[in-house]
Design a protein around this ligand. Sequence first.
Ligand code: UN1
Length: 497
Amino acid sequence: MAKSFRNFIAGKWVAPSTGEYFENRNPADTRDLIGRFPDSGAADIEAAVQSAGRGFGLWSRTPAPARGDVLRRVGDLLVSRKEEVADAMTREMGKVLAETRGDVQEGIDTAFYAATEGRRLFGHTVPSELPSKWAMSYRRPIGTCGLITPFNFPLAIPTWKAFPALLCGNSVIIKPSEDVPHTVTLLVEILLEAGLPPEVIQLVHGRGETVGKALVEHPAVGVISFTGSTETGAGIGQTCGRMHKRLSLEMGGKNAMIVMDDANLDLALEGVLWGAFGTTGQRCTATSRLLLHRRIHDRFVSRLADAAGKLRLGDGRKSGTDVGPLIHEESRMKVERYVEIGRDQGAELVTGGRRPAGAKYARGFFYQPTIFAGVKAGSRLEQEEIFGPVLSVVRFNSFDEAVRINNGVRYGLSSSLYTQDVNLSYRAMAELDNGITYINAPTIGAEAHLPFGGVKQTGNGHREGGWEVYEFYSETKVCYVDYSGRLQRAQIDNYDA
Ligand code: UN1
């Protein structure tokens, strides 16, 4: 009998009010049942919100350096449990162990950054325009933050959201993806072990349509942070707009790598294999378009098809695996639909394009690394996010044309340019419409201490990571202290006296 996991609400591990559970199975082998997780309802969110309000009262008055100390211990615990968390993550999510170790490391980096931020959290002190008067700002906690996280970075993304939110003095309710509920359960255990007061954190498992919706619509949850699809994000945006909530959205991407004719092609080849097929293409930052200069196009495509065909598909927990399964059957079917679309639209399938054969793959959601060449700018394959191991190659004639193609999609997360030309590198940084541009590296690989996010329909202007996220999770408070002992009217007494 598989273990039944619980929610964490009001300082206790509790069963859901609904009495319902869903199964969490290994995507590499669906016979492997990890456990049953709560299919919670609105009543569980209500209890979590009540508790988070109490947690906020306590935590918001704890000095920020002391909050940072808790997060430092979280980082230490993640370091000591890195291997165990990575293994649990690969078991429920599928990506290879090297990647889930990286995912835990991103959480560790985020914890240590947050720990030191407790001793910064800078405001400004600026001169007043009037004599004997001080003017300054500082960062204040906001309240309860609702965090809705996706399946592809089961630890890193919850930490990007929760650690800065906590460091700023807020309480947190996490609703993780129902595809990866175990990893966040481990994270909450670690937060508690590190000494976080229990009511500061709540974990409510369940589906977006029920639990996620109740969280977004609850009037006492003033902040929502969501990573997921652009469609779901648009709906959340409407609700938050109507309710005047602070909202951070991190959504789709259709990221391009541009390879110029002077590029180091060995480096570009290694880069595109990693960018397109790492995490089985299930990153918002995945390299899903490869723009090749016509002079190197044919040679590069044939080397790439060859190398992609050699990637070893399999269970991410077994050594020797390069590419794990997709997260679930619907996601594999979506990939299959796009492969059909590519064929129908006349793109040339150069490798992959089907499920792998063999008993080894029969129980998992595997799909071969797939490459289409001759993809037309503007076609569906080139424009739409697939979130799987499908790379579309587009040929171009000039750098200007490559920039136009890169910018011709509704998303704007990351981009990449391979060249030896320093002038083109700087032009790319200026002209590519993305939140992140890499030079001589693929479109993935953002580091935790820099702001992460995209322009256009990828986001709504906020950034996660780095220093900027602390502004999202805190309110600016401005204070004026007039010690002149008289009424001083700003803009008036100092000009018209
Ligand atoms: C995502 O693409 O969904 O930049 C997150 C990267 C990782 C985070 C990616 N550090 O590839």
